[in-house]
Design a protein around this ligand. Structure first.
Ligand code: G3P
Length: 195
C-alpha cells in the first residue's frame, strides 16, 4: 500500500503545478486569476495571451493527467488504483498545493487522463466538445459536453470499468463550472469569437 500512497501523492503534486498560471505570468505578464474569467486554464490563457500560449497551457495541463496515469497503467495497476491516481492528478489541478488549494476547472487534465486510458473514447468525447464549441461559441459548454459524453461512450463502447472514474470527473468538472453554468443560463457567458 505504501507504493499506492506514493503514486497517488505524486500524481496530486504533479497535478498541482499550475502551468497556465506560470505561462501567463512568465510569457505575457498577466495574472489570469485577476483577468478574463479568473481561471488559470488554457481557455483563459488563450483569451488573455493568445491562442499559442493557450495551446501550450493545454498540452502541459494534459501531460499532468496523461503521464502519471500512463505510468501506473504500464506498471500493471488495476483500474481502481489507476482511477485513484487519475483523480488525484485532477484534485491537484483543482485544489493546488502551490496555490493555497485553489486551481483550475480540470478539463485539460481530464483529456490527458482519458487520452492515456481510452484514446478512441477520448477522441469521440473531444469531437463532441469541439462541435459544441463550434456551434455555440462557448468553450465552457464544450467542456460540459466533453465530460457528459465520456461516461456514455465508455459505457456503450466496452470500457465500463472506467465509468466510475468518468462520472466522478464529470461531477468535479460540473462543480467547477458552476459560475460558467450560471453565465450560460443568463446568456452572459463570453464567446471565444469575441475576445
Ligand atoms: O476549461 C475551462 C473552460 O471550460 C472554461 O474556461 O476561462 O471560460 O471559464 P473559462
Amino acid at each position: 500500500y505504501v507504493m499506492w500512497i506514493i503514486m497517488i501523492a505524486g500524481a496530486y503534486v504533479l497535478g498541482s503545478i499550475p502551468f497556465g498560471l506560470l505561462i501567463a505570468k512568465s510569457f505575457c505578464g498577466v495574472d489570469p486569476r485577476t483577468q478574463g474569467s479568473g481561471n488559470i486554464g488554457a481557455t483563459n490563457v488563450a483569451r488573455l495571451c493568445g491562442t499559442h500560449w493557450g495551446v501550450a497551457a493545454m498540452i502541459l495541463d494534459m501531460a499532468k493527467g496523461f503521464l502519471p496515469v500512463l505510468v501506473v497503467w504500464q506498471l500493471g495497476a488495476e483500474t481502481a488504483l489507476v482511477s485513484l491516481v487519475a483523480f488525484a492528478a485532477l484534485l491537484g489541478h483543482v485544489y493546488s498545493i502551490f496555490l493555497k488549494f485553489k486551481g483550475g476547472k480540470a478539463v485539460a487534465t481530464t483529456l490527458g487522463i482519458f487520452a492515456a486510458l481510452a484514446p478512441w473514447h477520448c477522441l469521440g468525447a473531444a469531437a463532441v466538445c469541439v462541435a459544441a464549441i463550434a456551434v455555440s461559441g462557448y468553450v465552457s459548454l464544450g467542456s460540459l459536453g466533453l465530460v457528459t459524453a465520456l461516461p456514455v461512450l465508455l459505457a456503450v463502447f466496452g470500457r465500463a470499468e472506467l465509468v466510475p472514474l468518468a462520472l466522478a470527473v464529470a461531477a468535479l468538472v460540473f462543480w467547477r463550472h458552476r459560475e460558467n453554468i450560471g453565465r450560460l443560463r443568463r446568456g452572459e457567458e463570453t464567446s471565444w469569437r469575441k475576445r
